[in-house]
Design a protein around this ligand. Structure first.
Ligand code: ZN
Length: 181
């Protein structure tokens, strides 16, 4: 007997997630079977809500439910620094350390010609529009991978003629290491 259609369907849909192969998806489905109706409905609803509400901040590119993220909306932060990161995950991580009070700029990717990712595919041009008289320093905090290096150099080159201090945070992290660790 083949598995019921609703079972196979859910396994297939869960398998779209990174790291979730057929075995893991099946384990999730068995686990969902044990859950209360309300718990499963809440899970389904939060998936729909997330996809409906989540977007990128119009200013920095970080994930947000509003047009502007909480950080960009916070006028008390340090206007003299912008920290450039690869994705929103890095923002949430740095925020957790409570060691940084400036603003962020999220590239949402790295330059990678092999994967067809060019500078224009990243959130870079909007960074240039954020440069004003308040801004004194840009901190590039990208992972020290080949893509991270290429992207850092590209941005450094762009900023060369601007009167802004550019620093790199990634030094000291082993090659291939992740900023998060
Ligand atoms: Zn923002």
């Amino acid at each position: 007997m083949a598995a019921p259609k609703s079972f196979t369907n859910l396994v297939n849909n869960l398998s779209i997630l990174p790291g979730v192969g057929e075995k893991t998806a099946e384990r999730y489905v068995y686990s969902l079977f044990e859950k209360e109706d309300e718990e499963v409905e809440n899970l389904a609803q939060s998936l729909v809500d997330f996809k409906k509400n989540i977007k990128l901040c119009s200013n920095c590119g970080c994930l947000t439910d509003d047009d502007f993220c909480d950080i960009c909306s916070d006028k008390t932060r340090d206007k003299s620094t912008i920290c450039i990161v690869e994705d929103s995950k890095n923002v949430f991580f740095i925020e957790k350390t409570k060691k940084y009070s400036g603003y962020y700029h999220v590239l949402n990717g790295l330059i990678s010609p092999i994967d067809g990712k060019n500078p224009e595919d990243l959130n870079i041009s909007s960074l240039m529009k954020r440069i004003d008289e308040n801004l004194k320093e840009i901190i590039i905090a990208l992972n020290p991978s080949i893509e991270g290096e290429v992207t850092s150099l590209y941005i450094q080159k762009l900023l060369e003629k601007k009167n802004i201090k550019v620093s790199r945070l990634s030094y000291g992290i082993p090659m291939g290491g992740d900023i998060e660790y």
